[in-house]
Design a protein around this ligand. Structure first.
Ligand code: AMP
Ligand code: ZN
Length: 432
């Protein structure tokens, strides 16, 4: 089933023609924004020379820093009266950044979400419970408009308030939920504590995104909830969710290439890498009116899956995001991504639903503490059992990250629960 079969199964040459004509129009529109006039001038780029898709590489990258310097509205490429909405990035580091949308931008965004949802098998019969934060964050309103466009009954429950979530889910028989993986891990425990078996609920699908998580976490959540979980990727700079979504095959996320041009670069040199190589995702939005964005460095690490997908969609897929270049930490000269630790933890049956990585400096040595919540039944046995388990986890984590971790076993609920994006790493080392 497709939302727009012609566009979703478009052949490569036609898709590239469409990308190029949209890119050209976006470039021409962009110079109405003060930021881009200066940007192209400083980098000595004549946009009239960008006449093929390959020429895109002649444009410099844009980064979060450009969004900050152009704050509040230096990148706005239409008159203010044509802008109908703004959103802001979660801004975990520094000042938040703002994105603008015209009525057409909002409508096309909703269309991409509807397209994504249909790719997972959603229909107007579905009841969609949206547990992402409503407000400046794009996860709430973004999916909301898309699910309405598809014709679902939307429950705009927003994040948090777990008992209310359960009640809404039961009373209105929600079939799809949109939730961060970390909140899904927390909520399922609350549901069980309230004497409800999550498998008895009507929820059959979840859209999980907004933060990195591993395949092991997806599997764990699918088992705990008794549902299919689909990976959803997006970032506010590119509208929000709806950039890339898994189809029913749950094997990599289709990037909607009629709206986004994908490149993968070497994060150190900026060189464009061939399809299939792992690197930093760079995205160009070719169709936004209010705020064009070219070659934006997402900091997210992934690779393009060049093989065709059995669903028939011709838009290429990207692999699950491995992490952000700025999430990586270095301990004793070893580069470590939180996802490496999460992947092994979540595959250990005794491990519960929350963990946290704390980096400490001990003299001149850096140490990785991993705080791991266990299922409560683990604390009813004897100490020896716990000690054996601690040893086992230490060994599994050590063999993955090649650094000796300090593992701390905790009772369920000891770590701060996540209601949105989880904070997985706390770095207590003083700045070097
Ligand atoms: P924001 O702009 O605040 O919505 O944050 C966007 C960022 O969230 C992305 O650049 C990614 O780092 C992260 N993110 C969103 N969706 C996913 C996903 N499905 N997997 C991994 N990371 C994600
Ligand atoms: Zn597919």
């Amino acid at each position: 089933m497709y939302w727009n079969q012609d566009l979703e199964t478009i052949d490569r040459p036609a898709l590239e023609r469409l990308q190029l004509s949209r890119l050209r129009a976006a470039l021409e529109r962009s110079v109405r924004a003060p930021f881009y006039r200066t940007f192209f001038e400083t980098h000595r780029v004549d946009i009239d020379t960008i006449t093929t898709l390959e020429h895109l590489r002649d444009l410099p990258f844009t980064t979060k820093a450009d969004l900050r310097t152009s704050y509040p509205d230096g990148m706005m490429a239409v008159p203010r009266r044509d802008v109908v909405r703004l959103h802001a990035s979660s801004g975990t580091t520094g000042k938040s950044t703002v994105i603008f949308y015209t009525q057409k931008d909002i409508s096309e965004w909703a269309d991409l979400i509807a397209r994504s949802m249909v790719a997972t098998g959603a229909t107007p019969d579905d009841v969609f419970q949206n547990m992402m934060g409503y407000g400046l964050f794009t996860g709430g309103l973004g999916l909301h408009y898309g699910a309405e466009r598809l014709g679902c009954l939307v429950i705009p429950s927003s994040s948090g308030n777990s008992l209310k979530q359960l009640q809404l889910m039961q009373d209105f028989q929600a079939t799809i939920m949109h939730i961060t993986p970390s909140y899904a891990l927390h909520l399922v425990e609350i549901i069980k504590e309230n004497g409800v078996d999550p498998h008895d609920l009507t929820v059959k699908k979840a859209y999980l995104g907004a933060e990195p998580y591993t395949e092991a976490t997806r599997k764990k959540l699918e088992e705990l909830w008794g549902m299919d979980a689909y990976n959803s990727y997006g970032l506010s700079e590119m509208n929000g969710p709806g950039v890339s979504f898994e189809c029913v095959h749950k094997n990599g996320m289709h990037v909607w290439e009629d709206f986004y041009i994908i490149e993968i670069i070497d994060p150190d040199t900026g060189a464009v890498l061939p399809d299939g190589a792992e690197g930093e995702l760079v995205l160009t939005h070719v169709n936004r009116e209010a705020m064009p964005m070219f070659r934006y460095r997402t900091r997210d690490l992934t690779r393009i899956i060049p093989e065709p997908c059995p669903c028939g969609r011709t838009h290429r897929r990207i692999e699950r995001i491995k992490g952000r270049t700025d999430d990586m930490f270095i301990i004793g000269g070893v580069n470590i991504f939180p996802s490496q630790i999460e992947a092994v933890l979540m595959a250990i049956p005794e491990v519960g639903n929350n963990y946290q990585i704390v980096l400490e400096r001990d003299g001149s040595l850096d140490k990785v503490h991993v705080k791991v919540e266990l299922y409560s039944k683990m604390f009813h046995g004897d100490m020896k059992e716990l000690q054996t388990l601690r040893k086992k986890i230490t060994e599994i984590v050590r063999s993955t990250i090649i650094v000796n971790p300090v593992i701390e076993l905790m009772e369920p609920g000891s770590l701060p629960p996540s209601q949105g994006k989880a904070v997985r790493v706390i770095d207590n080392r003083e700045q070097r």
